[in-house]
Write a protein that binds this ligand. Structure first.
Ligand code: GLU
Length: 400
């Protein structure tokens, strides 16, 4: 009898985590590696948040909590949705999990039956399709193109929807492209959803606070209030508050859905870490003053990376609205051979050769469903970014 399940055989391990682990392994082995793979801020978690966690430990807040979050955090999340998104939720409509990843997974596990379809715009975050497969659903990929700034159009969404569609997974600003939908662009998407009342929207707003220039963030239930009853609004503290390791994500939506997600969590992990929850209360209720200076810094890094990559013949790097990623196309480099003799047949061979020959770790585009591209996370120091981009420039210049 086969040990492993047929469902697991349909999914792959997370490529973003694989690249991050490989870069860490090479570093430990003494290689000079610059990691632009992991999507995590290089900033430290703000001190007021750390202090709240230390206080929680000192006060013995170290026991089981309610399965999907402490009341204080649920209240803070409701206040955040009101303050930032003009959305009214009650604590019974809120679920807290071990990162945005678990929130999404719980929601898909709680709602998908065999054959249910989930529309996922590509380029997508690596885990969406595989989570859908794990939950027994069928991912339906709707390809966005560089011509629309990697944003899905209303027509593309319309085409992807069938009577079997249960969810659209929406993500803006996007991981991996950084593309952010304006209010008008999102309204076109929500207008399509209004024509298909059986389709729900799971919106991954993890990069809400990371945007640049004059971009204004908006979320589906805010843009189209009539979608409120079939929207799951997902967010978390990982990216904006530099809290990736604390593992706190949350969502708000209809009570019945939240109760179903709680059931999944009650039979899998129980509550997210009690100490991290108290830290998240402080993240959401405490000062938000560092967000703006962080964004100024990120915008400068984005501009540095975009300009250095666009100097490369054969590479095209659009300027994204948000997140901390860029997603250059390398179509002009496919078919060339690197200085060390590797034939660049696709974006995976490009990323592998780049790491082997220059020590720069990036994630190849096929992992995100649009090739030939690669993702750079620029959430690292200016010096490391300059050095990494110089190495990428030299690597490409050395190709024949
Ligand atoms: N979301 C981050 C990334 O895309 C973290 C790693 C992951 O869980 O995929 O790099």
């Amino acid at each position: 009898m086969e040990l492993l399940s047929k469902t697991l055989a349909r999914v792959k391990p997370s490529p973003t985590i694989a690249v991050t682990n490989k870069a860490a392994e090479l570093k430990r082995a003494g290689r000079d590696v610059i990691g632009l793979g992991a999507g995590e801020p290089d900033f430290d978690t703000p001190q007021n948040i750390k202090d709240a966690a230390v206080k929680a430990i000192a006060e013995g807040k170290t026991k089981y909590t309610g399965v999907d979050g402490i009341p204080e955090l649920k209240e803070a999340i409701c206040a955040k949705f009101k303050r930032d998104n003009n959305l009214e939720y009650t604590p019974a409509q809120v679920s807290v999990s071990g990162g945005g990843k678990q929130v999404l997974y719980n929601a898909l596990m709680a709602t998908l039956n065999d054959g249910d379809e989930v529309v996922i715009p590509a380029p997508y975050w690596v885990s969406y399709p595989d989570m859908v497969l794990l939950a027994g659903g069928t991912p339906v990929i709707a390809q966005a193109s560089v011509q629309t700034g990697y944003k899905l159009t209303a027509d593309q969404l319309e085409e992807a929807i069938t009577p079997k569609t249960k969810w659209l997974i929406f993500n803006s600003p996007s991981n991996p492209t950084g593309a952010g939908y304006t209010w008008d662009e999102l309204k076109e998407i929500t207008d399509v959803l209004m024509r298909h009342p059986h389709v729900w929207v799971m919106t991954d707003d993890m990069y809400e606070h990371l945007f640049y220039d004059d971009f204004k963030f908006c979320t589906p239930a805010e843009v189209e209030p009539r979608l409120y009853d079939r929207t799951l609004t997902v967010n978390g503290v990982s990216k904006a508050y530099a809290m990736t390791g604390w593992r706190i994500g949350y969502a708000a939506g209809p009570v019945e859905l939240i109760a179903a997600m709680r059931k999944v969590q009650s039979q899998s992990t129980s509550n997210p870490c009690s100490i991290s929850q108290w830290a998240a209360v402080e993240a959401l209720n405490g000062t938000q003053e560092f967000l703006e200076p962080n964004n100024t810094l990120f915008a400068r890094r984005r501009d540095l990376v975009v300009s250095m990559l666009n100097e490369i013949d054969g590479m095209n790097c659009p300027v994204p609205e948000g997140a901390f990623y860029v997603y250059p196309s390398i179509s002009g480099l496919i078919g060339k051979t690197s200085a060390a003799g590797t034939k660049i047949t696709d974006d995976e061979t490009f990323a592998t050769a780049l790491l082997d020959e220059t020590g720069v770790a990036v994630v190849f585009g096929a992992a995100f469903g649009l090739s030939p591209n690669f993702r750079v996370s620029y959430a690292t120091s200016d010096e490391a970014l300059k050095e990494a981009c110089t190495r990428i420039q030299n690597f490409c210049a050395g190709m024949t």
